[in-house]
Structure formats: C-alpha cells, structure tokens
Ligand binder design. Structure first.
Ligand code: SAM
Length: 279
C-alpha cells in the first residue's frame, strides 16, 4: 500500500498514513489540496501535506471549536467563521437555533469546492440560507466591521504560517475585539500542549494585550501532532467557562459536562504562563 507522510510545520514527529486511494490531487492559488482514503480514518483532507480533517474524527475538533463559545452565551445570533473551508464549523454553528447569520470567510474557494464534492457530511451546512460565503482573507473581512455586532468569531485556519499569519497579529485581535458584542467571544486553535507550549503561551500573551479576559481549553484530537490540542478564547469580559443555556443539540463528543471539564485548571495555567511546566 502507498504511504503518506505528513509534514506538519511545527511538529517534532511525522505521522505516516496508509493510502488506499488518492481521490483528488490539485493545486489551488494558495496551496496543494489532496483527498485520500485511509482504512481507519476514512477520507482525509490534506493541504500542503498537512492533515486538516478526517471523516472519522473531525467532529472532536469541530464541536469543541464551536460549542464552547456558543454555549457560553445566552443568545448568539451573528457568527463569523474564518477559514474552515471544509464546512465543519459552519455545520456545528447552524445547530444553534438562535443563529440568524453566519459569515463564512475562506480565502481559498477550491477548498470549499473539494469539500462539497468529497466531504458531504462535513460541508452540508454551506447552502443554508443563514450562511453567506465570502472568498477573502479573514483579516480583511474583520477590518471592515466597525460596530460591536458579532457574537462569535471562530478561527479555523491552517497552521500559523503563510497566509494564515494575518489571523494571529495584534492588529487583527484589536479589530476582532472591536466588532464583538458585550457577551461576544473569540476562539482560535493554538496547537498542542505537548509540542507547542511556547506558541500557546505567546498567543495567550498576545491576546491578553488586547482583551480583558483570555482563557484556554483543550480537546483530544487523534490526527493533530501532539494530540492534546488547545484552543484560546478571548472576550470583552464574559466568562467562557460558564454555560448560559440548556444543552439542546446533537453532538458526538461535546456536552455540558465536557464543556466544564475542558478548561485548563488554574494551577496548570499559572505554571504554563510562568513557563514552569517541566516538559
Ligand atoms: N481544522 C483544520 C486544522 O486545524 O488543521 C483546518 C481546516 S480548514 C480547511 C483551514 C482553512 O483555513 C483552509 O482552507 C485555508 O484556506 C483557510 N485559511 C487560512 N488562512 C486564512 C485566512 N487568512 N483567511 C481565510 N481563510 C484562511
């Protein structure tokens, strides 16, 4: 059987996958896009040799990236999803009945088209009338919003290199802060607690320069190097740890119990930020 070796930019290990079939391989304006099938993970979306999602475990990441900030608010109506061209986060956001509008801002239209074709169970929300697709850099989209009208801004980008860098600057965070409502929340993936501690700390510090409240929670992701994946949340003061509504949607992993357990404990967080963790 042919093998695919992942080349994740910040990983000290390389994952090797059996490839049953290459279903698609092409080059967009921004990146190389590949869809393969693996006997365990099913279909896998790979961008520039980095695994983005797999049919088998995508829900861990998509549910955890979405529902923590959504359930920590009483009535989220307007949401911006940046990146996430596969549609997984959009699908999860739409499960919330209060949602009236989702701006889905993806820089690479080809990723959306490939996902529509090869990942129908992930891309299934894209044609919902509440969704407006914008093909552009998420940082440019956010800059144009001048009033605090957005309830959740969710970053589902590729790793922090190349064109995804615009989503991790102080200037971007400041624009995000200015368009969030009083209860509004920003969330972004921030790599792994095992392999990328310094990146996790630096991102927390950068967010703290802009937002009054910054926090960190985690989820187990089988296919992302380091597996103990963390998510940075930033708000204008509202606590992301507090669940504001009854849990009333179908999920495979996220629940109100998981929400409460997912946050990094105070002691661990302090040690992390004081650079005292001994690994
Ligand atoms: N869940 C995946 C992961 O963490 O590996 C991410 C999946 S999603 C396909 C990532 C998407 O982010 C890509 O399709 C990429 O084109 C998009 N992206 C990266 N930088 C972007 C930017 N500045 N603005 C909008 N979309 C961006």
């Amino acid at each position: 059987m042919i093998k695919f070796t992942e080349k994740a930019p910040y990983s000290p290990v390389e994952y090797l996958y059996d490839v049953e079939e290459i279903l698609y391989k092409g080059k967009s304006k921004f990146q190389e896009i590949m869809v393969i099938t693996n006997p365990y993970f099913g279909r896998m979306l790979i961008l520039d040799d980095v695994v983005q999602i797999t049919e088998r475990d995508e829900f861990f990441y998509h549910e955890m990236l979405t529902h923590v900030v959504m359930y920590a608010q009483s009535n989220p109506k307007k949401v911006i999803v940046i990146g996430g061209g596969d549609g997984g986060v959009v699908r999860e956001v739409l499960k919330h009945k209060s949602v009236e509008k989702v701006y889905f801002v993806e820089i690479d239209e080809d990723v959306i088209n490939v996902s529509r074709k090869f990942f129908p169970t992930v891309s299934c929300g894209m044609d919902d009338p509440r969704v407006e697709i914008k093909i552009m850099d998420g940082a440019d989209f956010i800059k144009k919003i001048k009033t605090p009208e957005i309830d959740a801004i969710i970053i589902d980008s590729t790793d922090i290199i190349g064109f995804a860098r615009s989503l991790f600057t102080k200037e971007f965070f400041t624009s995000v802060k200015n368009c969030l409502t009083h209860e509004g929340m920003f969330v972004t993936h921030t790599e792994s607690m095992h392999f990328h501690k310094d990146m996790v700390i630096e991102l927390q510090e950068a967010l703290k320069e802009v937002f009054p409240l910054v926090d960190l929670y985690s989820a187990p992701i089988a296919t992302y190097p380091g597996n103990w994946w963390v998510f940075a949340v930033a708000t204008n003061g509202a606590s992301p740890r507090e669940i504001k509504r009854n849990f009333d949607i179908n999920t495979k992993y996220y629940s109100d119990e998981i929400h409460q357990q997912a946050f990094i404990t105070k002691g661990l967080y302090e040690k992390l930020m004081q650079r005292k963790l001994q690994w």
